[in-house]
Design a protein around this ligand. Structure first.
Ligand code: FES
Length: 137
C-alpha cells in the first residue's frame, strides 16, 4: 500500500492508499496524485478536471520520483508553462503513483481557479458522506 505524503506550507499530510479499492475521483488519471488528493481531501487544486490542460496541479516531487509513472510528452509540454518549474516538477493529474512518494504543493502556482481563469472545466465536488472512507495514516 503506497504511502503518499503531500507537503503543504511545510506541513505533511500523509495518506496510505489502497489503489486497488480507491474509487476514481474523476480528476486526473486513475491513481494519480490529483486523484489521490481528491479522495483524501488534500487541497491540491485543479482547473481543467485533470486533463493536462492547465498547470494548477503542479507539484514538486521530493522523494520517490521513480515510483511515479513516466512523464509523457503532453505533460512535459504543459509543464513548461508552469510557474517556477523545477527538474522535479510534475503535474499531479498525470503522475500515477506506484509506490511511496513525497511531493510538495508549491506555495505559488499558476492557479487558474483562484485567478478566475476562463478554463474552469473541472471543480471538485464534495464526496458523499459515508460513500467511501479513506484510510488515513
Ligand atoms: S489539473 Fe490541469 S493540468 Fe493537471
Amino acid at each position: 500500500m503506497p504511502r503518499v505524503t503531500f507537503i503543504i506550507d511545510g506541513e505533511a499530510h500523509v495518506v496510505d492508499v489502497d489503489l486497488a479499492s480507491m474509487p476514481s475521483s474523476h480528476h486526473g488519471l486513475p491513481g494519480s496524485l490529483l486523484d489521490i488528493a481528491k479522495n483524501f481531501d488534500v487541497p491540491l487544486e485543479h482547473a481543467c478536471g485533470g486533463s493536462c490542460a492547465c498547470t494548477t496541479c503542479h507539484v514538486v516531487v521530493r522523494e520517490g520520483g521513480g515510483n511515479l509513472s513516466d512523464m509523457q510528452d503532453d505533460e512535459g509540454d504543459r509543464l513548461d508553462t508552469a510557474w517556477d518549474v523545477t527538474p522535479h516538477s510534475r503535474l499531479g493529474c498525470q503522475a500515477v503513483v506506484r509506490g511511496d512518494v513525497v511531493c510538495e504543493i508549491p506555495m505559488y502556482t499558476r492557479n487558474y481557479v483562484q485567478e478566475g481563469g476562463a478554463i474552469q472545466l473541472g471543480k471538485s465536488t464534495a464526496q458523499t458522506p459515508g460513500a467511501w472512507t479513506p484510510a488515513k495514516a
